[in-house]
Design a protein around this ligand. Structure first.
Ligand code: ADP
Ligand code: MG
Length: 640
């Protein structure tokens, strides 16, 4: 054996181990599921590699998972002849947290802490499955050998902060994990009992596609001619004897290939957990056999809950591709567009070329065809959901769906009809664009919206005053992604989408005479505010407030600018237009001062105030808040 090296677990792993061990005590049996799932993943990978390098597997290509228990030694052993791990892979995969979402994981942990401890769904979601072995074991040994490697690797740990790795001689490819079980606590199941293990496998891992085999003790009738009998021919000794035989514990049913009616809700639930590594339930199920020129089976689940890492770019997609029940790949991004990345499922396409690589897959006509059909299926499911159920879906995945508007030109309109927004009139309810159109005033031509950070500030925005007076409804958009939605959706059902803060609104205009009265003052103000605004104009938007900022039709919205800045992107310095309400008494007063003495210092103060008030009303930040406070203080004392 090679020299033994002792290493420290990464800090996160130590914390994690501590949490796992102390939070999952009520659900100890899940370690079986986690280890079988890893073994099954490892065989998937081996089978995939076998497509291109069959010689590496020629010796041993009867793929299976084996379990063994020993009540005397108090061990539980699981072995597989999957892909195994090289020395480096052991170091990379075990002892760190395999997935990169560590920070997010810790965050989610913090959140779940105030509840009843760490919830089991977290374990699956974050790829910490292997460590679940330490729920029941006080020492874990993992021996593994990758295909084509001469030597194997042994990893050992008591889960107390360090582990050792060393090179070993190992027979056969794959991984064998030995759990040295802790003394059971009261009420614990006995994981060295064959019956218990059989039961757990059936419950959690029945559909695993490879046989999970256990060598079990069985009573077997002794053959007639071997039974010892007395003179009258009656047996004296036993008629049964105990023998050990291999038994496959799981049925390996590919549930997607079964008839729809034959699959029970429990089976779906377990299978969903298996493929998604989540512990919630499916909210909706699509199970269908496509027939026609090509045939294929589809099983898709919409999860009940959005995963914590839904928007992380490194997140895996939920679709797996099979060919005649042989796993080809997971994370199959070619089967569904990005915005449906949360859908979990399987496609089994017998006509697929088994040697497909990811690169070819994109070009494959069959795959494109399948993708189109899957998308259609999901859309009709969503469209057919009842209102409340759909709202639950939308609360979880609405944001993901929105990403489809700018990215899927073909289905843009269809996605748009699935969007929901709160409006100036809807209170707590969400409204679809179709409902909005239905409720439009007779003289209303466009669909109005306003984007911003939160509903309260949007509801009270001065930009909406004229629209409110006309009794026009306005969609309130508070999701950053809405900015991209509206940019790519200039129209819906032949109605223009119009930002309440941009361009000309279709509302009553201030008459020209009044405009002319103010034109001298406005150009004066423009001169004063030159560095900050593009123009100062008479507002048609304002009814009660005195000033606001607006953009032109193609400019960036205030919120968009804020988002860009927050994400550290350079935004082109864009000035917006200041609008003033010439019907406001303050404006009349300023005009009076202006007309008597254009050099009055008060005018500078007022122009600054008009601008600052406009910035504040849209939730923006003042460049010089101290000056604003001073001006306001002066004004207040004058008024008193
Ligand atoms: P996950 O399965 O979500 O990746 P785990 O903690 O269960 O997370 O496993 C961590 C990693 O360890 C796996 O991604 C895999 O690379 C490796 N691994 C675990 N078990 C096996 C096994 N039986 N054979 C090969 N690799 C394994
Ligand atoms: Mg795992």
């Amino acid at each position: 054996m090679g020299t033994k090296k002792t290493r420290k677990f990464k800090t996160e792993v130590q914390q994690l181990l501590h949490l796992i061990i102390h939070s999952l005590y009520s659900n100890k049996e899940i370690f079986v599921r986690e280890l079988i799932s890893n073994a099954s993943d490892a065989i998937d990978k081996a089978r995939f590699k076998e497509q291109t390098e069959p010689e590496l597997f020629a010796e041993d290509n009867d793929f299976h998972i084996r379990l063994a228990v020993d009540p005397e030694e108090k061990t539980f052993v699981i072995s597989d002849n999957g892909i195994g791990m090289t020395f480096d892979e052991v170091n990379d995969n075990i002892g760190t947290i395999a997935q990169s979402g560590t920070a997010a994981f810790m965050e989610a942990l913090e959140k779940s802490k105030n509840e009843t401890g760490l919830s089991p769904e977290l374990i699956g979601q974050f790829g910490v499955g292997f460590y679940s072995a330490f729920i029941v074991a006080d020492k874990v040994r993992l021996d593994t050998r990758a295909p084509g490697e001469e030597k194997g690797v042994r990893w050992e740990s008591d889960g107390q902060g360090t582990y050792t790795v060393q090179e070993i001689d190992k027979q056969g490819r794959g991984t064998t994990i030995t759990l040295y079980l802790k003394e059971p606590e009261e009420g614990d199941q006995d994981f060295t009992e064959e019956y218990t293990i059989q039961h757990i496998v059936k419950k959690h891992s029945d559909f695993v596609t490879y046989p999970v085999i256990m060598n079990l003790e069985k009573n077997e009738p002794i053959p007639e001619n071997e039974i010892i009998k007395d003179s009258e021919g009656k047996p004296i000794g036993d008629t049964f004897r105990k023998v050990r035989k291999d038994k496959t514990l799981n049925s390996m049913k590919a549930i997607w290939a079964k008839a729809k009616e034959e699959v029970t809700a429990e089976e779906h639930e377990e299978f969903y957990k298996h493929i998604s590594h989540n512990w919630d339930k499916p909210m909706e199920i699509i199970h269908k056999k496509f027939e026609g020129v090509t045939e294929y089976d589809v099983l898709m689940y919409i999860p009940e809950k959005a995963p914590f890492d839904l928007f992380r770019p490194e997140r895996k997609h939920g679709m797996q591709l099979y060919c005649k029940r042989v796993f080809i790949m997971d994370d199959c991004k070619e089967l569904l567009p990005e915005y449906f990345g949360f859908v979990q499922g399987v496609v089994d396409a017998p006509d697929l070329n088994l040697n497909v690589s990811r690169e070819i897959l994109q070009e494959d006509r069959l795959v494109r065809n399948i993708r189109k059909n899957l998308v259609k299926q999901i859309f009709s499911l969503l469209e057919g959901m009842d209102k409340e159920k759909y709202q639950e879906f939308y609360n979880e995945f609405g944001q993901a769906l929105k990403a489809g508007v700018p990215t899927d030109f073909e289905n843009k309109e269809r996605i748009a009809s699935l969007l929901r927004y709160k409006t100036t009139k809807s209170g707590d309810k969400f409204v679809t664009l179709d409902e909005y159109i239905e409720n439009m005033k007779e003289d209303q031509k466009d669909i109005y919206f306003l984007t911003g950070e939160n509903l309260t500030s949007l509801m009270n925005s001065p930009l909406l005053e004229a629209l409110k007076e006309k009794d026009y409804e306005v969609l309130l958009m508070v999701d950053p992604i809405d900015e991209w939605v509206v940019q790519s959706l200039p129209e819906y059902k032949e109605k223009k989408l119009k930002s309440a803060e941009k361009g000309d609104l279709d509302v009553e205009k201030v008459d020209d005479e009044k405009k002319n009265e103010f034109s001298a003052l406005l150009s004066f103000l423009k001169g004063k505010l030159e560095n900050r605004v593009k123009d100062v104009v008479v507002s048609n938007r304002l009814k009660d407030s005195v000033s606001c900022l607006s953009g032109d039709d193609y400019g960036m919205s205030a919120y968009m600018e804020k988002i860009m800045k927050a994400s550290g992107q350079k935004t082109p310095e864009q000035k917006r237009t200041m609008e003033v309400n010439v019907n406001h008494p303050v404006m009349a007063k300023i005009k009076e001062i202006f007309e008597t003495d254009t050099t009055s210092p008060v005018l500078t103060d007022y122009s600054d105030l008009l601008y600052d008030v406009a910035v504040i009303s849209e939730g923006g930040k003042l460049d010089n808040p101290a000056r604003f406070s001073k001006l306001l203080g002066d004004l207040m004392s004058k008024a008193i």
